[in-house]
Design a protein around this ligand. Structure first.
Ligand SMILES: Cc1cc2nc3c(=O)[nH]c(=O)nc-3n(C[C@H](O)[C@H](O)[C@H](O)COP(=O)(O)O)c2cc1C
Length: 163
């Protein structure tokens, strides 16, 4: 059984981690793409993103049904929006029946909210086992030694778990 990396990224941070992770572990990788483009303007993106989280919105995705049954381990990556996970992740979870999987979570943020975000994701993913979590501060701006170490520990744990 294979690993699947599923992630959403508005501005490239989560994408960077997902791509680096895919190079380290053997995994299929799927980037969630909403049908409606999310505004990237400085304030409109915060307004739109914040509103989508507060109202538990599930924006329609272009990805269609994802064959989660082909994987026993799913690694989910999200930017932190308003102290939670991004709305397209909500769409992915509600459109797919994710049960009995080993799950790893990673999140990118500007400084905080990871614990709360992981707690909320864990609640949404009841019926699965959360095996590990890791968060990064806007990695595009540069990964310091701590971030590199966290990243290494994260992927090594996934590899070890599969042996
Ligand atoms: C709508 C919105 C809400 C955000 N809310 C938070 C937040 O609550 N806490 C935080 O630390 N960063 C917050 N950020 C910053 C992003 O989490 C951060 O820039 C992240 O690295 C972006 O990942 P991405 O490039 O993969 O989209 C927010 C960004 C957006 C667009």
């Amino acid at each position: 059984m294979k690993n699947l990396i599923v992630y959403y990224s508005l501005e490239g941070d989560t994408d960077m981690i997902a791509q680096e992770l895919a190079k380290k572990i053997h995994a299929d990788i799927i980037r969630l793409i909403p049908k409606k483009q999310i505004p990237t303007g400085k304030f409109t993106k915060f307004f739109w993103g914040g509103k989508s989280v507060i109202f538990n919105e599930k924006p329609k995705l272009t990805n269609g049904k994802i064959a989660v049954e082909n994987y026993d381990t799913i690694i989910i990556g999200t930017p932190i929006w308003a102290g939670s996970f991004a709305a397209p992740i909500m769409s992915f979870i509600s459109e797919n029946n994710i049960q009995g999987k080993e799950i790893y979570l990673f999140a990118c943020h500007a400084g905080g909210g990871a614990e709360k975000c992981f707690e909320k994701l864990q609640n949404k993913l009841a019926g699965n086992t959360i095996k590990g979590t890791v968060d990064f501060i806007e990695p595009i701006k540069g990964m310091d030694a701590t971030s590199n170490e966290k990243f290494q520990h994260f992927y090594e744990e996934i590899i070890r778990n599969k042996k």
